[in-house]
Design a protein around this ligand. Sequence first.
Ligand code: UT7
Length: 336
Amino acid sequence: MTTGPATTGVRLAGTGMYVPEGIISNHDLEKRMDTSNEWILQRTGISERHIASLEDGECVLTMATTAAERALADAGLTSHDLDMLVLATVGSEMACPSTACRVMENLGGGNAAALDLTAACSGWVYGLNLAQSMVSSGAHQRVLVIGAEHLTKVVERSTRGRGVSILFGDGAGAAVLTADADPSLGVIAQRMYSDGSGWRELYIPRDERDFPEGEYEEWKVGLMQMNGRAVFKFAVKTFCELIKDTLDAAKLDASEVDMFICHQSNIRILEAARERFGLPEDKLYINIDRYGNTSAASVPICLDELRKAGRVKAGQKVMFVAFGGGLTWASSLWQL
Ligand code: UT7
């Protein structure tokens, strides 16, 4: 079923997540490079991150599939009920086919539109906004949005790559959106932006041609390159502006939002936003200590944990916020 009445409500019908069993703690990193548990905790808030096991075949495809299975089960649906599947990732397994198509096969098949979406850490929020528009317009009835990343595969694990190694972890999160007769459900306000002039601050080069002038070194090929300080400055400023912009569009005050579900990039960035809007600690969720930065997976992982803990539920207003490579940034304020 791919058509329906225009401007329907959109229900968040189910969520799921998956993180690999393997863990790299700060103490493990101390043994591999010139760093310390204290430095990492103080500068990022991270204690440990999960790592996909290459030996066991764990990858974006498998992690996305498991998170999606859990989200579908939570919504009481199967892959055959879906009209569209969006997989946000910077780690598509192949250029063709999309990993989304292979997730559909793993889930049991069906003919849903399936596509990968790349907007780095903003990817899942971009996907959520696109999916919500498809459902609220009546074009689709049921859409699955997944964020899945295997970033430990593209980080340098020696001291020369320590800024990146300490931050990133692997995992996947997913949510199912369904059309609903109640038109008040769904997005109240959303924002999506990019600034391509900042791409050099965070990129994963495939070959020599991808490097900005003067940056090429053979060891960097295939590995994430990040100007941590530049991204940090961009993030602190953008996060606060984005939240304000979205609240203004919705004509709401921060105190009227029940939960801020933000990309987990660095605890200092999250705390700056919390202080700026005077939010109590329990209104801006933080799990970066356990997972590190899982890029497009970080927001849906937070969402699933919050729903399962009963801290995010029907009737609430919730804001999703993310920023990342591109540069990109996006928000989505929901009436659940
Ligand atoms: O998801 C979106 C993508 N990325 C981000 O959001 C990342 C945003 N950036 C950050 O989170 C931070 O910039 C980092 C955590 C990556 C780095 O923290 P920082 O406070 O910006 O450190 P820095 O690069 O300014 O370096 C400060 C000092 C330097 O020493 P000196 O020159 O002051 O003596 C570094 O050499 O800290 C040193 N340093 C470290 N020391 C121990 C840098 N990385 C490490 C490390 N362990 N891992």
